[in-house]
Structure formats: C-alpha cells, structure tokens
Design a protein around this ligand. Sequence first.
Ligand code: N01
Length: 558
Amino acid sequence: MTKESDYDVIVVGGGFAGMYALYRLRNQGHSVRVLEAGSDVGGTWFWNRYPGARCDVPSLEYSYGFSKELEQEWDWPEVFSAQPDILRYANHVADRFDLRRDIQFNTRVVGVTYLETQNLWQLRTEDNAVLTSRFCVMATGCLSVPNKPDLPGADSFTGRVLHTGSWPNEPVSLSGQRVGIIGTGSSGVQAIPELAREAEHLTVFQRTPVYTVPANRNRMRPAVQDEFREHYPQIREMQRNNFGGVSGFQPVKSVAHKSTGEPRPSLPKDILSLTHAERVALVEDRSLAVLLAFPGIYSDPQANEAANEAYREGVRRLVNDPATAEKLLPKTYGLGCKRQVLDRDYYATFNRDNVTLVDLMEDPIVSIQPTGVETGSGLRQLDVLVYATGFDAMTGALLRAGIKGRGGETLNNKWRHGPAAYLGLQISGFPNLFTVTGPGSPSVLCNMLVAIEQHVDWIVDCISYLEENGIDSIEPLPEAEEQWVNHVNEVARGTMYTAPTCNSWYLGANIEGKPRIFMPYVGGLPRYRERCEEIVMQGYAGFELKPARARSANQSKN
Ligand code: N01
C-alpha cells in the first residue's frame, strides 16, 4: 500500500471484533491501529461488569474459531461463562497474539471524515489527535452505547449512580445500602438477584415485565470440553451452517458416562395439542424454559399465546405474594418478541423480605429527588440508583462517531429515517468504510463471535482483493443497498419480532425518537453468509469498485 496515510487501516473498537480484525489485518501485512475508548480490551465484557453479568451462549461456542491452538489451550470453568471469565479470555487472546502493541486505549473517536480528494479516512479523537488511513473498520459493537433515560431531576440525586452498561472497574460495595434499580431487561434480570443478596434493601422499578427462563448453571465437565476440542473443526463448520451460529454439538462419549435415570418423555411438536393444564404441569416439571422448545410459538400467534398463558401460570406458582406475582406477568406482548432473557433466581428474589417491586405502569416515576426516586405513591429513599436501562443498540455507536462521507454527508443525516447498509458491511456514500455486524446483518440474532469472524474475514479478504487488483475504493451501489434493506424488512415481516405489540431494541423502540425499523437480519446466518460469498464470486456484485486510474481521472476533471 502507499504511505500517504498514517495507517493502511484504522479499526475503531477493541472488543472481540476489533481484536480479530487487528489479528487478521496484521497477518495480511497491513499497518493497523486500533482505537479503543476503554482502558483495555474486551468491549462489551470490559464495560458490563455488573454483578451477575454472564453470556447467554455456551462458552465452548462463544469463543474464537480462528486459532486451533487457542481452542485447545483455553479452559472454560462453566458452561455459560460469567463476565470475569470472558474478560479473562479476551485478555488471554490479547496477550497470546501480542495485540496490545497496536491498540491505543483511552482513545474515544469523535470524528470520522472521508477526505475525498485523497481517498483517505481521517479520524479525530476526543483529545483532538488526528490520524489517517485508507480503510476504516468500525468495530464499535451493537450494544455499546448505554441508554440513560432523561428522568426529571436525575442530576439532583446525591447518592451513587451506576449503569449496568458502564459498571466501574473497581469493586462496588452495596452492603448496608438501599439500592434502587430501574429496568428489567437481560441486564436488570441478571443483576437483581445479586444486588438483593448484597444490599440492605432493593427496590426494583419495573416498567415492562419480562419473560425470563432459568439459565443453565452447570460447571464445565472436562470430558465435555475435551470432546469439543476433539471435534472443533466440525463444530465450527456446524456453527457456520446453523441459523443462529450455534452448532448444537452433542457430546457423545462424555454424555454416555452420565447416570441419567429414566429418560424423560419427548415433547409433542405442537403446544396446541396439549391442554392448558398439561402445559402448566410441564412447566412445573421442567421449568419455564420448556416453553421455548415448541418452535411453533414463534410463528403462530395462537401457539404463542398458549405458551404465554402457561408461562404466566408458572410465574404465579414461583412468587409467593399474589399481588407481586401479578405485577411480574408479561401481558402486553408475547414470547419471542424480545431477546430471550435467562436468569438465576429472578422470581425467587421477589420472595425475599428485602426486595420491593414497584410497577411503574400503575405507579410511575414522577422525578428523581436528591434522596431517592419519587413515584406517584411517594418517595423511595435510596443510597444507590442503578440504571439497567439498556443501550442505543446497533446504530448508537456509529451515529455517535461523527461519520462524514462523500460530499460531507453525515451518517446521521443519511440514517435519519433509519439505518440503510448493504449486508450490514458497507454504506453507500462512505467508500472504504466497513462496519462489523452492522444493521442488516445477522449480528445480535447470531452467536456474536461467529458473526464477527464471518464479517471480519469478509472485510479483510475484500481489502486484500482491492489491493491485489489495483482498486482504490469500494462502496455499495445505492440500488443494491436499497434492495438489501427491503429484503431485510421483508424477512422480518410476520415474525414475532415485528408483531404490532412488540417493542424491542431490535426495532429501536427503546429510544425516544429513533425510527422504528427492524435492524438485524432475521434470515439466518447460512443464507446471509451464502449471499456474502456469492457477491464476492460475482466480482463484488452490488458494489462499485473504482480502479486507481478512475479516481485520478475524476480528480483531474474536477
Ligand atoms: O436492556 P433492555 P438490557 N423508565 O433494553 C427499562 C444483551 N445482554 O441492558 O421494556 C423505566 O433489554 C426497559 O423497560 P421497557 C441482550 O442482547 C445480554 O437489559 O422499555 N424503565 C427495560 O426493562 C439484551 O437484550 C446479556 O418498558 C425503563 C430495561 O430498562 C441487551 O443486551 C446480558 C426506562 C432495558 O432493557 C439489552 O439488555 C445483558 C425508563 N425511562 C445484556 N427506559 C446476556 O448475555 C428503559 N427502561 C445474558
């Protein structure tokens, strides 16, 4: 590459996507700089250190597949790992592949501008440093901009304020404290049992009740891990061919050793073939999670409501106080509309004497006061207020980065009616800028590590192709981008995700004023991956590739 820029490639973000991009780009001989706002690697797992944080994908699957040695040497202590173990893994990867030397930490990017005449990207950091590169890879994560609602008087609170999505690095002691938590999504549901165990009193401010099912709490069995290691090439292939990027690999040898007693009868295929009483009995016998095993509940509204009813009955049986139980029942939307939440002891927590549930639908927040939260029924005195209020998902980090493309058009203007991107990889009007797991890609509907590796591989191979073929720039054709956006909307239509009763961050519905568009690609990873590969085989169909000559000629005309 020419040395007209500081770097060949600048990657924004040092989470799992940025780390892998750095590894691959460096191996291809490119000069790379990663700019990361945090003080270390790990992205999501660096910031979300709240008590109870853990992954909802099994760790043997939620791990990099690019290095056989890494797969063989890393031990996962639990089937679904907790945040500290995943962060430890990220740190191990950074050390093992010597990544930190090319990562600039504590560096927040506030401007990303395309310098048209030079065909370069110029990145400006919060402390006004300026760096240039030929290519820019935005590896900024899908859930990296915490959403903090603008509640009246919020700044007047004199106690400690925390957000689950930017939890402090140092230990937080809540012992003897009166803690309030706003939000009952995945983060809130994971944090609530832990906070209740530590705090003197916990007040949960719930706006929308959640569907949550018990998480797998098993320790990792070494024999299972060994069997995974033995079959990793096959497992990675299975992941790539699985809708959600999870292989579902069933260990054979190690499971055979388990004494299981009588096998359970298998479930009928259709939940509607059971009576309500049978469904409830099933839930009592096997937990709320059994309802997710009926595939029809995600497409047939009647089956969905049957599952929702059984779910509610199951919750009534888990929570001692009937009035509290009633408040905890989701009634305005169905299972499958939002990302499924997994918990450890969520409902049992509401049986504790030191936990109070405030239903904001009947007792809304009036204001935040210096000493607590005032709802319609009065002031709740607090020492600590935790926001578990989610993220400006998928587009938040990109829109915050101050991206300006050709002709000075801002991404914020281009996306004012909602995100439009080709394959979630590139945006028309923004040549040589790539997004990892951007809107319009399977991203958050997929095992993120698998989605990330697929995207990064595509991007790095693309950059190599451009170089080898003397091509200066690549960007999607507007019509290809539009067709892809239409396709993304088309496949989402009619699913539970886009039901009129459904309001989720997938749709941007959690952020006031955000256009309501279903952002991830719901067609599944294999279909998506095949399309990405086909496009490459067709010489990057739908992209405009400009040879170096074309740009020089255009410039001399201008
Ligand atoms: O955020 P959320 P999250 N007043 O948006 C409430 C991933 N994740 O951080 O539903 C009162 O789901 C809001 O109420 P409502 C996972 O993909 C994964 O919990 O808008 N309440 C809701 O209850 C997940 O889906 C893991 O009415 C307000 C909550 O805050 C995603 O991150 C763990 C409010 C926000 O829920 C986001 O989860 C954690 C207001 N003004 C996260 N504003 C695992 O891997 C918002 N709320 C397991």
